[in-house]
Design a protein around this ligand. Structure first.
Ligand code: UT7
Length: 331
């Protein structure tokens, strides 16, 4: 792939709300067990937003930490691309709320909806503006308040998700670093297996949509599971092969965190051992657009990634959406 200018990540930060919900807490709400959740998903606990804390608030916290870490003046930000499926409101866009709160006076911005692939999509979209040479500093944010759309009477979904946000800064890079390649696809036939039907233009909010519990996540877990295992490994292999790399060249796989069994099955297909794979789902659950930046943040904090390392992001989410971004870590 020939980019005129490559885009590189120059900083990453994250935020999770302070309140922790453990599996034991969930045992008191639905008929489930710590043992089932741990063995079937790998999740031990997740963070949950307090009432009044929304996607924009978590995104703002993550972004403020990023600006401090990278010593960036908010007035230098040109663009904000914010991935979410749980915006504060239909409109204005959550990106606008963040722009105002952080004082990014000259930035424009918008929200992007691709569910669990949202951050990977947003990273690629943001990178295009850097590559075009028209934008110098682009903020890419993934933030979701999944607990706002969880049905705590449905044990098959409510145990899986948590709240969280992460953000990266994109800037121009030399040709051998930063984002080397990306690939994304959509398979709309998967729409029937993971969706939230209520409140949109097809089923506007009404007493009926509330009574029918249409404002919650609905999922056919085993269908999504099979698709995710297949496509995460296919996407990873595709991007490595296409760019002439093997698994041995890869320093770190940063997969979407939906289920530890999906992560382990993916890495097994790729022949990667645990040291090369980020897995933090035990502490956060599935934070949807938050998982990739939180995974990158943890990897940086734990010293698992350094300048020059080959890093591969892979995601599968509702849609179905699939994403892959291959990068040479730049700091
Ligand atoms: O990020 C977006 C993409 N989402 C995903 O990637 C999620 C993909 N899917 C999954 O992670 C898994 O399919 C689940 C974790 C959702 C479910 O795991 P599973 O191994 O596929 O279980 P299952 O749905 O086949 O259910 C097995 C049993 C059922 O009981 P019966 O019918 O065998 O008696 C469920 O009712 O487990 C039961 N079950 C539970 N039991 C205790 C389902 N949820 C629970 C629960 N606690 N929380």
């Amino acid at each position: 792939m020939s980019h005129r200018i490559a885009a590189k990540i120059t900083g990453v930060a994250g935020y999770v709300p302070p309140k922790v919900m453990t599996n034991a807490d969930l045992e008191k709400i639905v008929e489930t067990s710590d043992e089932w959740i741990r063995t079937r998903t790998g999740i031990r606990e997740r963070h949950v937003a307090a009432k009044g804390t929304a996607t924009s608030h978590m995104a703002t916290e993550a972004t403020k930490a990023l600006l401090a870490e990278t010593k960036t003046d908010p007035a230098e930000i040109d663009l904000i691309v914010l991935a979410t499926v749980t915006p504060d409101m239909f409109f204005p866009a959550t990106a606008c709320l963040v722009q105002e709160r952080i004082g990014a006076k000259k930035a424009w911005g918008f929200d992007l909806s691709a569910a669990c692939s949202g951050f990977a999509y947003a990273l690629t979209v943001g990178a295009q503006f850097v590559s075009a040479g028209t934008h110098r500093k682009v903020l890419v944010i993934g933030s979701d308040t999944m607990t706002s759309v969880l049905d705590y009477t449905d044990r098959a979904t409510c145990v899986l998700f948590g709240d969280g946000a992460g953000a990266v800064l994109l800037e121009a890079a030399g040709s051998s670093e930063g984002i080397l390649d990306f690939a994304h696809d959509v398979d709309g036939s998967g729409g029937a297996f993971l969706y939230m039907p209520g409140g949109g233009s097809l089923h506007p909010s009404s007493q009926e949509t509330v009574q029918k519990r249409m404002h919650y996540v609905h999922q056919e877990g085993s269908q999504v599971f099979k698709y995710a295992v297949r496509r995460m490994s296919e996407m990873a292999s595709h991007l490595l092969n296409k760019n002439g790399f093997t698994k041995d060249d890869l320093k770190l796989l940063v997969p979407h965190q939906a289920n530890l069994r999906i992560i382990r099955a993916t890495q097994e297909r790729l022949g990667l051992d645990d040291s090369k794979v980020v897995a933090n789902i035990d502490r956060y659950g599935n934070t949807t657009a938050g998982t990739i930046p939180l995974g990158l943040r943890d990897a940086v904090e734990q010293g698992r990634v350094h300048k020059g390392d080959l890093v591969l992001i892979v995601t599968v989410g509702a849609g179905y959406t699939t994403g892959g971004v291959l990068l040479r870590w730049a700091y």
